[in-house]
Design a protein around this ligand. Sequence first.
Ligand SMILES: C[S@@+](CC[C@H](N)C(=O)[O-])C[C@H]1O[C@@H](n2cnc3c(N)ncnc32)[C@H](O)[C@@H]1O
Length: 397
Amino acid sequence: MGAADILPTPAAPAAQASHELGGRIADAIRAAGGWIGFDRYMAMALYEPALGYYASGSRKFGADGDFVTAPELSPLFGRCLAAQCAHWFDAAPAAVVEFGAGSGALAAQLLESLDALGSAPERYSIVELSAPLRARQRETLAARAPALAGRVEWLDALPERIEGVVVANEVLDAMPVRVFRWREGAVFERGVACAPQGGGFGFADWPADDAFAARVLAVLREAWAGVDEPVGDYVSEIGEQAQGWVATVARRLARGAMLLLDYGFPRAEYYHAHRSTGTLQCHYRHRVHDDPFVWPGLQDITAHVDFTAVSRAARAAGLQPLGYNSQARFLLDCGLLDRLAELPRDDARLWTKQAQAAQMLLSEAEMGELFKAIAFGRDVPDDAPGFATRDRRGALA
Ligand SMILES: C[S@@+](CC[C@H](N)C(=O)[O-])C[C@H]1O[C@@H](n2cnc3c(N)ncnc32)[C@H](O)[C@@H]1O
């Protein structure tokens, strides 16, 4: 039984849109001679205009969507990030550039909390690829931060020059990845072909081109140094687009800091010999599975982040590392427990809900350890409060 058999069936219009997207992907595969890289498939499944997962109007975040992100869980998340941003505003212009702002929940939380701290940004820029999400962000901001919504602008493309604080929560994991298969020293690129019986898609491995093979071998050589036992068949991903994005944003950050939160590991852990099936994950109505070909356009497809690669890309662009730690430690250092304690307790049900959300953000079994916070800066002091008590940046050398 495959994932398609156990996942809930979508309503007819959604299923129809998915079939239409499947047709476009099949056309792209045929036009390319029968095979496309997984990165191309993932880009179409997530971002194809009007039909891709993030380009369509479907509900994605929250209880009635497919997954829950930290700012959807609790405003405490944004309040903690605000404490960190306010600190950076002492050394950099009071401006925020948020990438992939989802429902707009984090933007509303940051604006309100920074205002409460006396550090409201003069400008809050959102770079969002998805038109329906932009509309949703406008609604959220008008409802939750009406006094400050006028300071928000939406940008179609990455700004040429950034001064202030860049924030991206769970954005890197949504960027298309290339997939490889390593078998007895030979490297293949894992891509996508049409299923032989018609209808649907399947993985197909082709010998990797020289440049990709060299990149894969360099990564594995580094990650497997000192591994004695032979590694068998091995599949994983390389987040080339995420690394390129970090490099570009880092180059354009003229003054200020960049704070990224996402799930992932340092390189040695990401490409651990025992993690032999990679980190691709799909999210559909709060079910997590590993079949990216189920209902294209209706489910999220993600890959974990190689934080060693992220760190190297930012440093190569001249940024200084300001910290790397688990999300739990970062939030605790930003004062999450004090902020929880400040919440009114007159409504026991509401308070319990926030306490449970804090537990989910902090718990090692939930988002506390798998999720990481990483920060870099240019011309700001290396004294970020969010990384004050412990800092694992040494793990990313
Ligand atoms: C998992 S959602 C996270 C949404 C939100 N940050 C949150 O925490 O709820 C990923 C978001 O990243 C956006 N995204 C992916 N690549 C992007 C890019 N290159 N620039 C801006 N946004 C991007 C997607 O459109 C989507 O809104």
